[in-house]
Design a protein around this ligand. Structure first.
Ligand code: SAH
Length: 363
Protein backbone atom coordinates (compact mmCIF):
# COMPACT_ATOMS: atom_id res chain seq x y z
CA UNK A 1 0.00 0.00 0.00
CA UNK A 2 1.34 3.37 -0.92
CA UNK A 3 1.30 4.77 2.58
CA UNK A 4 2.97 8.00 1.53
CA UNK A 5 -0.11 8.67 -0.53
CA UNK A 6 -2.52 8.33 2.32
CA UNK A 7 -1.99 11.94 3.10
CA UNK A 8 -3.17 13.17 6.40
CA UNK A 9 -5.52 16.01 5.92
CA UNK A 10 -6.15 17.09 9.44
CA UNK A 11 -8.77 19.70 8.82
CA UNK A 12 -12.25 18.34 8.70
CA UNK A 13 -15.52 20.17 8.44
CA UNK A 14 -18.27 17.68 8.96
CA UNK A 15 -21.83 18.71 8.41
CA UNK A 16 -23.88 18.93 11.56
CA UNK A 17 -24.48 15.37 12.75
CA UNK A 18 -27.39 13.74 14.51
CA UNK A 19 -30.93 14.06 13.31
CA UNK A 20 -32.01 17.06 15.39
CA UNK A 21 -33.67 20.16 13.94
CA UNK A 22 -30.33 21.78 12.98
CA UNK A 23 -28.73 18.65 11.54
CA UNK A 24 -27.54 18.16 7.98
CA UNK A 25 -29.84 15.14 7.76
CA UNK A 26 -32.82 17.46 8.23
CA UNK A 27 -31.37 20.41 6.34
CA UNK A 28 -30.11 19.23 3.01
CA UNK A 29 -33.23 19.30 0.90
CA UNK A 30 -31.68 21.60 -1.73
CA UNK A 31 -28.94 19.08 -2.33
CA UNK A 32 -31.56 16.33 -2.42
CA UNK A 33 -33.72 18.18 -4.93
CA UNK A 34 -30.69 18.64 -7.12
CA UNK A 35 -30.00 14.95 -6.98
CA UNK A 36 -33.55 14.03 -7.85
CA UNK A 37 -33.29 16.28 -10.83
CA UNK A 38 -30.11 14.55 -12.00
CA UNK A 39 -31.39 11.03 -11.49
CA UNK A 40 -32.28 10.65 -15.14
CA UNK A 41 -29.05 12.21 -16.29
CA UNK A 42 -27.02 9.87 -14.09
CA UNK A 43 -28.96 6.83 -15.31
CA UNK A 44 -28.37 7.94 -18.89
CA UNK A 45 -24.68 8.53 -18.22
CA UNK A 46 -24.25 5.06 -16.75
CA UNK A 47 -26.26 3.44 -19.55
CA UNK A 48 -24.17 5.12 -22.22
CA UNK A 49 -20.74 5.28 -20.69
CA UNK A 50 -20.33 2.28 -18.44
CA UNK A 51 -18.38 -0.33 -20.33
CA UNK A 52 -19.36 -3.59 -18.72
CA UNK A 53 -16.93 -5.74 -20.70
CA UNK A 54 -14.09 -3.82 -19.19
CA UNK A 55 -15.35 -4.48 -15.70
CA UNK A 56 -15.95 -8.21 -16.04
CA UNK A 57 -15.06 -10.87 -14.95
CA UNK A 58 -15.43 -9.30 -11.52
CA UNK A 59 -18.67 -10.51 -9.97
CA UNK A 60 -18.81 -7.86 -7.34
CA UNK A 61 -19.31 -4.25 -8.27
CA UNK A 62 -17.77 -1.64 -6.00
CA UNK A 63 -19.27 1.81 -5.64
CA UNK A 64 -17.87 4.57 -3.42
CA UNK A 65 -19.67 7.75 -2.40
CA UNK A 66 -17.12 10.38 -1.46
CA UNK A 67 -18.18 13.01 1.06
CA UNK A 68 -21.39 11.10 1.83
CA UNK A 69 -22.26 12.95 5.07
CA UNK A 70 -25.04 11.21 7.01
CA UNK A 71 -27.83 10.55 4.59
CA UNK A 72 -30.51 10.45 3.48
CA UNK A 73 -29.09 11.92 0.27
CA UNK A 74 -26.26 9.43 -0.05
CA UNK A 75 -28.72 6.54 0.17
CA UNK A 76 -30.83 7.84 -2.70
CA UNK A 77 -27.79 8.49 -4.89
CA UNK A 78 -26.51 4.99 -4.23
CA UNK A 79 -29.95 3.56 -4.97
CA UNK A 80 -30.09 5.41 -8.31
CA UNK A 81 -26.65 4.22 -9.30
CA UNK A 82 -27.39 0.64 -8.36
CA UNK A 83 -30.58 0.62 -10.41
CA UNK A 84 -28.78 2.13 -13.38
CA UNK A 85 -25.96 -0.41 -13.23
CA UNK A 86 -28.42 -3.29 -12.91
CA UNK A 87 -30.35 -2.01 -15.91
CA UNK A 88 -27.14 -1.83 -17.84
CA UNK A 89 -26.31 -5.44 -17.02
CA UNK A 90 -29.85 -6.54 -17.94
CA UNK A 91 -29.66 -4.61 -21.18
CA UNK A 92 -26.65 -6.59 -22.38
CA UNK A 93 -28.93 -9.02 -24.20
CA UNK A 94 -27.51 -12.01 -22.38
CA UNK A 95 -29.85 -14.91 -21.66
CA UNK A 96 -29.10 -14.96 -17.94
CA UNK A 97 -27.42 -11.71 -17.16
CA UNK A 98 -25.13 -12.12 -14.18
CA UNK A 99 -26.12 -9.23 -11.99
CA UNK A 100 -23.11 -8.65 -9.76
CA UNK A 101 -23.19 -8.32 -6.01
CA UNK A 102 -22.78 -4.73 -4.92
CA UNK A 103 -20.52 -3.33 -2.25
CA UNK A 104 -20.91 0.32 -1.34
CA UNK A 105 -18.24 2.33 0.43
CA UNK A 106 -19.45 5.41 2.30
CA UNK A 107 -16.62 7.87 2.70
CA UNK A 108 -16.35 11.06 4.69
CA UNK A 109 -13.97 12.75 7.11
CA UNK A 110 -13.37 10.85 10.35
CA UNK A 111 -15.51 13.16 12.54
CA UNK A 112 -18.55 12.57 10.31
CA UNK A 113 -21.46 11.00 12.18
CA UNK A 114 -20.87 7.48 10.85
CA UNK A 115 -22.98 6.06 13.70
CA UNK A 116 -26.05 7.82 12.42
CA UNK A 117 -25.16 6.84 8.86
CA UNK A 118 -24.97 3.17 9.76
CA UNK A 119 -28.09 3.29 11.92
CA UNK A 120 -30.11 4.79 9.10
CA UNK A 121 -28.94 2.48 6.31
CA UNK A 122 -32.04 1.36 4.37
CA UNK A 123 -33.04 -2.00 5.87
CA UNK A 124 -33.97 -3.44 2.47
CA UNK A 125 -30.75 -2.39 0.73
CA UNK A 126 -29.34 -4.62 -1.97
CA UNK A 127 -25.70 -4.02 -1.15
CA UNK A 128 -23.00 -4.62 1.43
CA UNK A 129 -22.18 -1.37 3.22
CA UNK A 130 -18.77 -0.22 4.40
CA UNK A 131 -17.66 3.03 6.05
CA UNK A 132 -14.38 4.58 4.90
CA UNK A 133 -13.03 7.42 7.04
CA UNK A 134 -10.51 9.87 5.63
CA UNK A 135 -9.99 12.70 3.20
CA UNK A 136 -10.73 12.10 -0.46
CA UNK A 137 -7.77 14.28 -1.32
CA UNK A 138 -5.57 11.31 -0.40
CA UNK A 139 -5.69 7.57 -1.12
CA UNK A 140 -8.66 5.73 0.38
CA UNK A 141 -8.75 2.42 -1.52
CA UNK A 142 -6.39 -0.21 -2.92
CA UNK A 143 -5.33 0.11 -6.54
CA UNK A 144 -7.92 -0.68 -9.22
CA UNK A 145 -10.55 -1.71 -6.71
CA UNK A 146 -13.49 0.62 -7.39
CA UNK A 147 -15.78 0.51 -10.42
CA UNK A 148 -17.72 3.69 -9.87
CA UNK A 149 -17.10 6.77 -7.77
CA UNK A 150 -19.86 9.17 -6.89
CA UNK A 151 -19.60 12.48 -5.11
CA UNK A 152 -22.15 15.22 -4.70
CA UNK A 153 -21.81 18.65 -3.14
CA UNK A 154 -18.50 17.80 -1.49
CA UNK A 155 -15.77 18.85 -3.93
CA UNK A 156 -16.37 22.53 -3.24
CA UNK A 157 -14.67 21.99 0.15
CA UNK A 158 -10.96 22.65 -0.06
CA UNK A 159 -8.61 20.61 2.10
CA UNK A 160 -7.53 23.80 3.84
CA UNK A 161 -7.54 27.57 3.64
CA UNK A 162 -4.51 28.66 1.59
CA UNK A 163 -1.72 29.50 4.05
CA UNK A 164 -0.99 32.94 2.59
CA UNK A 165 -4.55 34.05 3.20
CA UNK A 166 -4.03 33.62 6.93
CA UNK A 167 -0.55 35.08 7.07
CA UNK A 168 -0.40 38.67 8.32
CA UNK A 169 2.83 39.23 6.44
CA UNK A 170 1.52 38.20 3.05
CA UNK A 171 -0.17 40.49 0.54
CA UNK A 172 -2.89 37.85 0.33
CA UNK A 173 -3.78 38.23 4.02
CA UNK A 174 -7.58 38.32 4.10
CA UNK A 175 -8.09 40.72 6.96
CA UNK A 176 -11.68 41.30 8.04
CA UNK A 177 -13.12 38.95 5.43
CA UNK A 178 -14.00 35.29 5.59
CA UNK A 179 -13.82 34.17 1.97
CA UNK A 180 -12.38 35.07 -1.41
CA UNK A 181 -15.56 35.93 -3.24
CA UNK A 182 -15.50 39.60 -2.33
CA UNK A 183 -11.78 39.88 -1.77
CA UNK A 184 -8.61 41.08 -3.45
CA UNK A 185 -6.99 39.52 -6.53
CA UNK A 186 -4.25 38.02 -4.35
CA UNK A 187 -6.79 36.20 -2.23
CA UNK A 188 -8.72 35.00 -5.27
CA UNK A 189 -5.48 33.72 -6.82
CA UNK A 190 -4.52 31.87 -3.64
CA UNK A 191 -7.90 30.10 -3.51
CA UNK A 192 -7.70 29.23 -7.21
CA UNK A 193 -4.27 27.70 -6.72
CA UNK A 194 -5.49 25.72 -3.72
CA UNK A 195 -8.40 24.39 -5.75
CA UNK A 196 -6.13 23.27 -8.59
CA UNK A 197 -3.78 21.59 -6.13
CA UNK A 198 -6.62 19.78 -4.36
CA UNK A 199 -8.22 18.60 -7.60
CA UNK A 200 -4.89 17.31 -8.82
CA UNK A 201 -4.52 15.24 -5.62
CA UNK A 202 -8.10 14.04 -5.94
CA UNK A 203 -7.67 12.92 -9.55
CA UNK A 204 -4.27 11.37 -8.87
CA UNK A 205 -5.67 9.21 -6.05
CA UNK A 206 -8.81 8.22 -7.96
CA UNK A 207 -6.83 7.36 -11.10
CA UNK A 208 -5.11 4.63 -9.12
CA UNK A 209 -8.18 3.39 -7.31
CA UNK A 210 -10.55 3.21 -10.27
CA UNK A 211 -10.45 0.22 -12.62
CA UNK A 212 -9.76 1.01 -16.28
CA UNK A 213 -13.05 1.96 -17.86
CA UNK A 214 -14.54 2.80 -14.46
CA UNK A 215 -16.62 5.94 -14.06
CA UNK A 216 -16.72 8.94 -11.75
CA UNK A 217 -20.04 10.70 -11.43
CA UNK A 218 -19.57 14.08 -9.77
CA UNK A 219 -22.05 16.78 -8.87
CA UNK A 220 -20.17 19.96 -8.15
CA UNK A 221 -21.55 23.39 -7.34
CA UNK A 222 -19.89 26.17 -9.29
CA UNK A 223 -20.58 29.00 -11.68
CA UNK A 224 -20.57 29.36 -15.43
CA UNK A 225 -17.52 31.26 -16.68
CA UNK A 226 -18.25 34.89 -17.33
CA UNK A 227 -20.90 35.34 -14.65
CA UNK A 228 -19.84 37.62 -11.83
CA UNK A 229 -19.21 35.71 -8.62
CA UNK A 230 -21.30 38.23 -6.76
CA UNK A 231 -24.39 36.87 -8.53
CA UNK A 232 -24.23 33.58 -6.69
CA UNK A 233 -26.19 32.44 -3.66
CA UNK A 234 -22.92 31.24 -2.10
CA UNK A 235 -21.60 34.78 -2.28
CA UNK A 236 -24.61 36.25 -0.52
CA UNK A 237 -24.65 33.55 2.11
CA UNK A 238 -20.99 34.07 2.98
CA UNK A 239 -21.40 37.85 2.88
CA UNK A 240 -24.19 37.61 5.42
CA UNK A 241 -22.25 35.34 7.74
CA UNK A 242 -19.33 37.74 7.44
CA UNK A 243 -21.56 40.70 8.28
CA UNK A 244 -22.84 38.89 11.38
CA UNK A 245 -19.32 38.15 12.55
CA UNK A 246 -18.31 41.78 12.04
CA UNK A 247 -21.31 42.90 14.11
CA UNK A 248 -20.23 40.53 16.85
CA UNK A 249 -16.69 41.90 16.80
CA UNK A 250 -18.16 45.39 17.21
CA UNK A 251 -20.17 44.20 20.18
CA UNK A 252 -17.05 42.66 21.69
CA UNK A 253 -18.47 39.14 21.60
CA UNK A 254 -15.60 37.89 19.46
CA UNK A 255 -12.15 39.32 18.98
CA UNK A 256 -11.04 41.06 15.81
CA UNK A 257 -8.03 38.80 15.71
CA UNK A 258 -10.21 35.69 15.59
CA UNK A 259 -12.18 37.15 12.71
CA UNK A 260 -9.01 38.11 10.83
CA UNK A 261 -7.72 34.56 11.05
CA UNK A 262 -10.96 32.93 9.96
CA UNK A 263 -11.62 31.93 6.37
CA UNK A 264 -14.00 29.47 4.81
CA UNK A 265 -12.24 26.79 2.75
CA UNK A 266 -14.85 26.63 0.05
CA UNK A 267 -14.40 27.18 -3.66
CA UNK A 268 -16.83 27.68 -6.52
CA UNK A 269 -15.27 26.23 -9.64
CA UNK A 270 -16.10 26.99 -13.23
CA UNK A 271 -16.16 24.13 -15.77
CA UNK A 272 -13.11 25.44 -17.63
CA UNK A 273 -11.03 25.10 -14.48
CA UNK A 274 -12.16 21.54 -14.04
CA UNK A 275 -11.40 20.73 -17.67
CA UNK A 276 -7.91 22.12 -17.25
CA UNK A 277 -7.06 19.94 -14.22
CA UNK A 278 -8.55 16.83 -15.81
CA UNK A 279 -6.50 17.43 -18.94
CA UNK A 280 -3.35 18.02 -16.98
CA UNK A 281 -3.86 14.86 -14.94
CA UNK A 282 -4.30 12.86 -18.12
CA UNK A 283 -5.92 9.72 -16.68
CA UNK A 284 -9.55 10.52 -17.41
CA UNK A 285 -11.71 11.43 -20.35
CA UNK A 286 -14.56 13.85 -19.81
CA UNK A 287 -17.69 12.04 -20.95
CA UNK A 288 -20.25 14.53 -19.71
CA UNK A 289 -20.05 18.04 -18.36
CA UNK A 290 -23.37 19.74 -18.12
CA UNK A 291 -25.08 22.42 -16.15
CA UNK A 292 -27.83 21.03 -13.98
CA UNK A 293 -31.29 22.48 -13.94
CA UNK A 294 -31.39 25.19 -11.33
CA UNK A 295 -33.02 23.93 -8.18
CA UNK A 296 -32.92 26.82 -5.83
CA UNK A 297 -36.16 28.23 -7.12
CA UNK A 298 -37.25 31.64 -5.93
CA UNK A 299 -39.94 30.04 -3.79
CA UNK A 300 -37.49 27.94 -1.88
CA UNK A 301 -35.18 30.86 -1.26
CA UNK A 302 -38.10 32.89 -0.01
CA UNK A 303 -38.35 30.62 2.98
CA UNK A 304 -35.78 32.37 5.15
CA UNK A 305 -36.07 29.99 8.06
CA UNK A 306 -35.32 26.95 5.99
CA UNK A 307 -32.49 28.67 4.19
CA UNK A 308 -30.94 29.80 7.47
CA UNK A 309 -31.11 26.24 8.79
CA UNK A 310 -29.26 25.00 5.68
CA UNK A 311 -26.52 27.54 6.32
CA UNK A 312 -26.25 26.49 9.92
CA UNK A 313 -26.04 22.77 9.10
CA UNK A 314 -23.21 23.45 6.67
CA UNK A 315 -21.13 26.03 8.54
CA UNK A 316 -21.68 25.48 12.24
CA UNK A 317 -18.80 23.00 12.56
CA UNK A 318 -16.29 25.46 11.14
CA UNK A 319 -17.59 28.38 13.17
CA UNK A 320 -17.48 26.38 16.38
CA UNK A 321 -13.88 25.36 15.73
CA UNK A 322 -12.77 28.96 15.39
CA UNK A 323 -14.97 30.95 17.75
CA UNK A 324 -16.19 28.38 20.26
CA UNK A 325 -19.54 26.77 20.85
CA UNK A 326 -20.87 29.63 23.02
CA UNK A 327 -21.34 32.05 20.14
CA UNK A 328 -23.09 29.78 17.66
CA UNK A 329 -26.67 30.40 18.77
CA UNK A 330 -26.20 34.15 18.81
CA UNK A 331 -24.48 34.09 15.43
CA UNK A 332 -27.09 31.99 13.69
CA UNK A 333 -29.98 33.94 15.27
CA UNK A 334 -28.43 37.07 13.85
CA UNK A 335 -27.88 35.34 10.51
CA UNK A 336 -31.54 34.30 10.43
CA UNK A 337 -32.63 37.90 11.09
CA UNK A 338 -30.33 39.39 8.47
CA UNK A 339 -31.45 36.78 6.01
CA UNK A 340 -35.06 37.79 6.49
CA UNK A 341 -34.19 41.45 5.96
CA UNK A 342 -32.16 40.73 2.85
CA UNK A 343 -34.37 38.10 1.34
CA UNK A 344 -35.22 40.18 -1.68
CA UNK A 345 -31.52 40.22 -2.57
CA UNK A 346 -31.52 36.45 -2.81
CA UNK A 347 -34.51 36.37 -5.10
CA UNK A 348 -32.80 37.04 -8.40
CA UNK A 349 -29.74 34.95 -7.58
CA UNK A 350 -29.14 31.44 -8.73
CA UNK A 351 -27.25 28.41 -7.65
CA UNK A 352 -25.57 26.43 -10.34
CA UNK A 353 -24.20 22.93 -10.23
CA UNK A 354 -22.56 20.72 -12.78
CA UNK A 355 -22.84 17.05 -13.55
CA UNK A 356 -19.48 15.66 -14.56
CA UNK A 357 -18.89 12.10 -15.75
CA UNK A 358 -15.25 11.09 -16.06
CA UNK A 359 -14.00 7.76 -17.35
CA UNK A 360 -10.71 6.14 -16.39
CA UNK A 361 -8.70 5.85 -19.59
CA UNK A 362 -6.99 2.60 -20.41
CA UNK A 363 -3.23 2.64 -20.25
N1 SAH B 1 -23.01 14.04 -0.55
C1 SAH B 1 -23.96 14.52 0.42
C2 SAH B 1 -23.31 15.39 1.46
C3 SAH B 1 -22.74 16.68 1.01
S1 SAH B 1 -22.13 17.63 2.37
C4 SAH B 1 -25.09 15.25 -0.27
O1 SAH B 1 -25.05 15.43 -1.49
O2 SAH B 1 -26.05 15.64 0.41
C5 SAH B 1 -20.40 17.59 2.04
C6 SAH B 1 -19.70 16.45 2.74
O3 SAH B 1 -18.39 16.33 2.21
C7 SAH B 1 -19.52 16.69 4.24
O4 SAH B 1 -20.04 15.61 4.95
C8 SAH B 1 -18.02 16.83 4.42
O5 SAH B 1 -17.54 16.32 5.64
C9 SAH B 1 -17.51 16.02 3.26
N2 SAH B 1 -16.14 16.36 2.87
C10 SAH B 1 -15.63 17.58 2.61
N3 SAH B 1 -14.33 17.48 2.31
C11 SAH B 1 -14.01 16.17 2.37
C12 SAH B 1 -12.81 15.43 2.16
N4 SAH B 1 -11.68 16.05 1.82
N5 SAH B 1 -12.83 14.09 2.31
C13 SAH B 1 -13.98 13.44 2.66
N6 SAH B 1 -15.15 14.09 2.86
C14 SAH B 1 -15.16 15.43 2.73
Amino acid sequence: MASQEIRKVTEAYPMKGGDGPDSYAKNSTYQREAMESVKELVTKGIAEKLDIDLLLPSNSFHIADLGCSVGPNTFSSVENILEAVELKFQGQGLMNPQIPEFQVFFNDHTPNDFNLLFKSLPPNRQYYAVGVPGSFYGRLFPSASIHLFHSSFALQWLSEVPKVVEDKNCPAWNKGRIHYLSSTDEVVRAYKAQYAKNMESFLHARAQELVYGGLMVLIIPGYPQGTPLSHSVAYLTLQLIEACLIDMVKKGVISEEKLDSFNIPMYSMCPQELEAVVEQNGSFSIETLETLPRVLADDAVLNAKQFAAHGRAAFEGLIKQQFGKEITNELFDLYGKKLEEELSMFKPRKTTSFLVVLKRKEK
